[in-house]
Design a protein around this ligand. Structure first.
Ligand code: ATP
Ligand code: MG
Length: 622
């Protein structure tokens, strides 16, 4: 495969990796001069028409996704029996490689960052009705800058029936299967959420919750076995994050997060306030209960505390005594504490998304809260508008609580690429890749060849907002004009009208003809036909016929007895005419025919007794 050119455009450079469905290569797209990744299907798949149809359908629908955390699909094609899918090339590692390399587990911050990015990808795809079905660390690529990009969207669907038979990575895949996938039941968005929960579990503990010798045994565990809480393996996992993982990996899909957005919101709530973050426990049998307060950074959690030492026992005895004393100190004191706590927790976070950041700040301050800008993003909103807030509106927080917001940087600006002189298709792809909207206009051009871009507006290197329209003017080749009628005109008149119509006079030949002299009697392009602007038109001009020359013709007769029939025929510019016909004898020889009108090249033929071949033939020029 290395060195092979696919689709006349992608040059295979090197193998990147292998998976169950195919082999992934790094390749160069010669049309757009960039690296791409190409997954070439294994031959066992390319013989099955039904599979190929599904593969094309699924990858084409995934190609409609465009999101910074989703590996873009550029192209799906085949060359004979080689079926391939062309994607964005991601320089980096798979999350699986990273987990292996760290030899243990990732940090809570790293896990949150990756999980949030995958959730944004899932949220985008789910809103387009595309379910991934194969969320696993192998399908999450991490760039050197820590950006997570999810690959293979929807492709697993095409392979569902096949994975169980062919995929040698099936154990790898089964470890992330949701129970409903394991049962072969209905798979929806919540299945991706389950798989991500398992991936989070693995990031934080370095191991998957269910392992086994065969895909079936792993699948059965997903259906039947409870997972060991991750904090049993890694004590540093905050309770809030563990709760999020447990909610995501509920066996009953209705008990999981119902959308990626919901799970992302919980992660955001946790990040903005690890201390007060609570999750309502999802156990229908037990009455709804609030989980105890958790402590994210640093402090030990209640259930992680080692067995109390003797000294600790004494300390806690003293604390207990102090509390008892405070309570006994009188109802006033207790009331004071009570009121204070009430007011401290009673501030409802107001909704500030969509407000100018300064106005939002004022509103928060009026409510005894403050604002912290944690990031800026490009968006369609004007610069300075609050895009998101954490915590969300109506959540109760303490006085002076800092509300974290992300604000708009305005619309992203992009530099218009130079596309003049490029082929139209190429120019359109380049502009689309730059985040612009190409609008194709056509124009005739005498210099730029057909199908190439003559000019563009806005011009190259101009900074414009993302999604701006860029007009490109594509050459239709030289301008075509409609041929006019110049028959009957003199050369001078014809020249004038030809010039008026962007044409010129070409070769002129003369032809004798009765009637007026010096006028055009034919033209090389018929009136009404299209002709390239600037073309030279050849014409034929009439010339007065010159008068015929009168000649005397002398015909010697053959020496044969008796009478003979003699016919003399003349052929010249005047046409073919019989100039003599009569009965003669040899005594009449030679015959003299006087004053025969002739013109140009003259042929005289003599026929005796109606024979087919002439008895004599003479040629002469006037
Ligand atoms: P499966 O077939 O179940 O998806 P897999 O994810 O392990 O298994 P592939 O999707 O075929 O296998 O990917 C094989 C390897 O190719 C990946 O592990 C990754 O290293 C690399 N890879 C895949 N897609 C890209 C990409 N867009 N850019 C760069 N490398 C990629
Ligand atoms: Mg993959």
């Amino acid at each position: 495969m290395i060195g092979k050119m696919l689709g006349n455009r992608y040059e295979i450079l090197e193998e990147i990796g292998q998976g169950g469905m195919g082999i992934v290569y790094k390749a160069r797209c010669h049309l757009l001069n960039r690296f791409v990744a190409i997954k070439i299907l294994r031959p066992e798949f390319s013989h099955d028409e039904e599979f190929i149809k599904r593969f094309k359908y699924e990858s084409q629908s995934a190609a409609s996704l465009s999101h910074p955390n989703i590996v873009s699909i550029y192209d799906v094609g085949n060359e004979g029996n080689i079926y391939y899918i062309v994607m964005e090339y991601v320089k980096g590692k798979t999350l699986k490689q990273i987990i292996k390399e760290v030899n243990g587990h990732l940090s809570v911050d790293e896990t949150i960052s990756i999980a949030s990015q995958v959730l944004r990808a899932l949220d985008n795809a789910h809103r387009h009705n595309i379910i991934h079905r194969d969320i696993k660390p192998h399908n999450i690529l991490i760039t050197e800058d820590g950006i997570a990009k999810v690959t293979d969207f929807g492709i697993a669907r095409a392979a569902t029936d096949y994975t169980l038979t062919y995929n040698k990575n099936i154990i790898g895949t089964a470890q992330y299967f949701s129970p409903e996938q394991a049962k072969g039941g209905i798979v929806d968005e919540k299945s991706d959420i389950y798989s991500l929960g398992i991936v989070m579990y693995e990031m934080l503990t370095g191991q998957v919750p269910f392992e086994g010798d065969s895909p079936i045994s792993v699948a059965l565990k997903h259906i039947e076995e409870e997972l060991v809480p991750p904090s049993k393996i890694n004590r540093d996992i905050p309770k809030g994050i563990e709760d999020i993982i447990i909610k995501a990996t509920q066996k009953d899909p209705t008990k999981r997060y119902s959308t990626a957005k919901e799970m992302l919101n919980d992660i955001n709530k946790f990040v903005s306030d690890p201390v007060n973050f609570r999750i309502i426990k999802i156990d229908e049998d037990a009455p709804t209960k609030i989980m105890p307060t958790i402590d994210y950074k640093g402090n030990e959690r209640e259930d992680n505390k080692p067995v109390k030492s003797r000294r600790n026992k004494i300390v806690s005895a003293i604390i207990t005594t102090v509390i008892v004393l405070i309570i006994m100190a009188g109802i006033a004191g207790a009331t004071f504490i009570f009121i204070n706590r009430q007011t401290a927790e009673e501030i409802d976070v107001p909704p500030i998304v969509g407000m100018q950041v300064d106005d939002a700040k004022k509103l928060l301050e009026k409510n005894g809260l403050s604002l912290e800008i944690v990031g800026e993003d490009y968006s369609d909103e004007a610069a300075g508008i609050v895009l998101s807030q954490s915590p969300e509106p109506e959540i109760k927080v303490k006085k002076n609580y800092k509300i974290k917001v992300r604000i708009s940087k305005g619309v992203e600006l992009v530099k218009v690429p130079l596309v003049e002189n490029r082929e139209m298709d190429e120019a359109v792809s380049i502009l689309k890749d730059a985040g612009l909207i190409p609008i194709v206009n056509y124009a005739y051009d005498n210099i730029v060849p057909a199908n190439k871009v003559i000019s563009q507006n806005p011009m190259a290197n101009e900074e414009v907002e993302k999604n701006t329209r860029v007009d490109i003017y594509v050459s239709r080749g030289k301008e075509q004009v409609t041929m006019i009628n110049i028959i009957g005109k003199t050369l001078d008149d014809a020249k004038k009208v030809l010039n008026e119509n962007n044409l010129t006079l070409g070769n002129v030949t003369e032809q004798e003809q009765d009637g007026p002299e010096g006028v055009i009697i034919s033209q090389s392009v018929k009136p009404g036909d299209p002709v390239e602007s600037g073309s030279a038109i050849d014409v034929v001009v009439s010339k007065k016929p010159s008068p015929p020359v009168l000649k005397n013709v002398t015909i010697p007769l053959p020496d044969i007895p008796g009478e003979m029939k003699v016919v003399v025929v003349k052929k010249d510019a005047l046409g073919e005419t019989t100039i003599y016909s009569g009965m003669n004898t040899y005594q009449d020889s030679p015959l003299n025919i006087l004053n025969v009108p002739t013109k140009g090249h003259v042929i005289i033929e003599v026929y005796i007794n109606d024979e087919k071949e002439p008895y004599a033939r003479y040629e002469d020029n006037t």
